[in-house]
Ligand binder design. Structure first.
Ligand SMILES: O=P(O)(O)OC[C@H]1O[C@H](O[C@H]2O[C@H](CO)[C@@H](O)[C@H](O)[C@H]2O)[C@H](O)[C@@H](O)[C@@H]1O
Length: 246
């Protein structure tokens, strides 16, 4: 799997910048999308490629996911010296305190009967949000109707986070763009490389500057300046970056 020429050139240009922040989304980038969120394991070789990037002097690797932090650590199996951001930025390095849990649980109580009525639909209760998944709903009309009903449940205090075959309703207004800006500031990064595949990653892509490299993984509208096809190509990007940084 090779990296598109323009993306390889952009990575070569950024590889000498220090400090360098290399941040990535998880699902759809480091792990292929599958029906069961609990079964979304990294593509073989990904852990090694990330570790090699993180071993370079002056380089920080961050994992920036919509998943809850504990879930992200468990499902990825990654153990490197990384910065961990979960719940779309609401969990920054550490878990959330419990004060949001009451609102989240009340929301889960509202959504549960809607989800239970649609065969194949799945409710995921996360630290700061509740996700309604329709990837395994075989009737497209039922999937669309369920997402619309879930959307209608959201009062203005909730943040809607639509994604791939999922709608999340979050009890915080955190987003990945703010999280990456915060990491950039903490690290004093001279440049940022970010890989993402979904709508919530667009907050990051929009926050990037001319010295950064935003890489959209897969199809769809994007503010990223680079694009690769799929998680296999994202792994090729990480491997190339590891070579350039070595
Ligand atoms: O920000 P990410 O790391 O990309 O996480 C986004 C959501 O990923 C998971 O859902 C997505 O992946 C599942 C497994 O492949 C798939 O079944 C589902 O359709 C996708 O939407 C995760 O379950 C969510 O909690 C994350 O917010």
């Amino acid at each position: 799997m090779s990296v598109p020429e323009g993306t390889a050139a952009a990575l070569a240009a950024v590889a000498a910048r220090r400090p360098l922040l290399v941040a990535s989304d998880y699902d759809g980038v480091l792990a292929p999308l599958v029906g069961d969120p609990g079964a979304a394991v990294p593509s073989p070789g990904t852990a090694e490629a990330l570790a090699r990037v993180a071993a370079a002097d002056g380089v920080t690797v961050a994992l920036v996911s919509g998943r809850g932090l504990e879930d992200l650590r468990a499902v990825s199996g990654f153990t490197g010296p990384y910065r961990w951001v979960g719940s779309h930025g609401a969990e920054f390095d550490g878990p959330l305190t419990g004060d949001l849990a009451g609102r989240r649980d009340a929301l889960a109580g509202q959504l549960a009967p809607l989800v239970a009525a649609v065969p194949g639909a799945r409710l995921e209760v996360k630290p700061a949000s509740v996700a309604v998944h329709v990837r395994q709903v075989t009737d497209p009309a039922a999937a669309t109707a369920l997402l619309a009903s879930a959307d209608a449940v959201a009062d203005p205090s909730l943040t809607k986070k639509p994604g791939k075959a999922v709608l999340e309703l979050a009890v915080t207004d955190a987003d990945k763009g703010s999280a990456v800006r915060r990491l950039r500031t903490e690290i004093g990064a001279a440049a940022v490389v970010y890989l993402g595949d979904d709508r919530t990653d667009e907050d990051v892509f929009r926050s990037l500057g001319p010295d950064d490299v935003g890489i959209k993984v897969g199809e769809g509208e994007t503010a990223a300046t680079q694009r690769v096809a799929d998680p296999a190509a994202a792994l090729a990007v990480l491997r190339l970056l590891g070579d350039l940084l070595a």
